[in-house]
Design a protein around this ligand. Sequence first.
Ligand SMILES: Nc1ncnc2c1ncn2[C@@H]1O[C@H](COP(=O)(O)OP(=O)(O)OP(=O)(O)O)[C@@H](O)[C@H]1O
Ligand SMILES: [Mg+2]
Length: 249
Amino acid sequence: MGNNRFVAIWGSGGSGKTLLTVKFAKELAAQKKNVLIIHCDDETPVLPLVLPVSENIKSLGNLLAMSNSTQVAVLQHCTVFGSSGYISLLGYKLGENAISYREYSSKDVKNLFNMCRQIPTVDYILVDCSHHTIDNVLTIVALETADAVIKVSNSNIKSTVYIESQKKLLREERFHYCNQINVLNNVLPSQDTYPFREALGGAPYVLSHCSSLEEQYHERKLLDSLYGKAGKKFESVIKQLVKEVFFDE
Ligand SMILES: Nc1ncnc2c1ncn2[C@@H]1O[C@H](COP(=O)(O)OP(=O)(O)OP(=O)(O)O)[C@@H](O)[C@H]1O
Ligand SMILES: [Mg+2]
């Protein structure tokens, strides 16, 4: 693992992809790295879920609809997230959906991702994928082209069944499915994780359920630090993952 600049965060519905993407960005920002997050979800726009304010927000849909976008256009469509200035977001806005803009192709997405990679002020690109894998062009291209894919699953039967089905969908060599990095998230203290780790083919990172995370999520305060034993434990696993997956340590 190590030194991956363009990372896709993918996995089962409601497993914590969006929340973990923001927590990875927060840890990278703490290390003074500039992070660009691309939220793929065009069914439930993510910008209104994570941003505490709604003014001056531009849409990723608008950027993808441009026939010739540039690095400047990418930056103009970003929204700065948090007070550090290290994190920027690209995503869909409140009220938008998959048909709000003209259709875009996988070539358009490849161009956008390449352009993002070439922005000199961007150190890391995190793609918060949709679990509607093949219906979402941003997600499918991210899974194909990312330096690393973090697969998020919950320790329940629904997540396990989803992953088993998606494995077949992503069996082509271009997806490097076997190299995905497995994360088991939202595990309750009393839970036996063994069957779920087995179903994933191993999970080097296990993140516990933390009730203050739910509060943060609902209050749109995911960039705040966590407190208490569960919070500190959660943050230490995030730190370890960032060190091993994003930095070459
Ligand atoms: N470790 C955790 N402890 C407590 N709650 C969690 C944890 N991880 C995720 N959650 C909660 O799970 C819910 C879903 O999280 P999130 O929206 O990040 O999932 P997602 O995978 O992005 O969902 P979707 O598939 O809809 O995009 C949120 O309410 C979030 O607070
Ligand atoms: Mg999400």
